[in-house]
Ligand binder design. Structure first.
Ligand SMILES: [Zn+2]
Length: 166
């Protein structure tokens, strides 16, 4: 049986809980996580696009952090509309929607304050923190702190988007 729950693809009786390594089946409540980070080096990457038993999650020290990230992730999806960080207006054209998503789950990183920002691309050139974001994100990349999946580097893509003239 195949269950799509919160975005992660879970094959019941085949998918393992990443915390206890026992299979996920209908006998115990479980949670599936969407692919909320594309950075394999993020401290919470092992939760991304995976499944866990509810009880395993609740006894894990990162439980609250993971749940709050999921809330913010969910609220920043293009389908939720969203407000532009530059002018505070609702982004009405989905083609102009740019969402950073989770850049880093480590609050000690400078990049952390840019997490989950959403933009109307037409306003990016007027974003006061644009140059600073590009500098901080580029430093993060140069330090080897972001390693993407399948050759795709989402942070490098975000930098390109922010530097582009629309
Ligand atoms: Zn488990």
């Amino acid at each position: 049986m195949l269950v799509l729950y919160l975005g992660a693809l879970i094959f019941l009786s085949l998918t393992e809980c990443i915390l206890c390594n026992e299979v996920i089946d209908a006998s115990r409540p479980y949670v599936g996580f969407p692919p909320f980070t594309g950075n394999t080096k993020d401290p919470l990457y092992h939760f991304s696009d995976c499944a866990v038993h509810e009880s395993c999650l609740h006894s894990h020290p990162s439980c609250q952090q993971v749940l709050s990230i999921l809330d913010a992730y969910d609220a920043s999806l293009p389908s939720r509309g969203g407000v532009c960080a530059v002018d505070g207006e609702l982004i009405t054209d989905p083609h102009n929607f740019l969402s950073f998503g989770l850049l880093t789950s480590d609050p000690q990183e400078e990049l952390y304050r840019f997490n989950f920002l959403t933009f109307n691309k037409m306003n990016i050139s007027g974003w006061a923190d644009r140059d600073e974001f590009v500098r901080i994100a580029t430093d993060f990349l140069d330090a080897g702190k972001w390693v993407g999946t399948s050759g795709f580097n989402a942070l490098a893509y975000m930098i390109l988007q922010v530097r582009k003239i629309y």
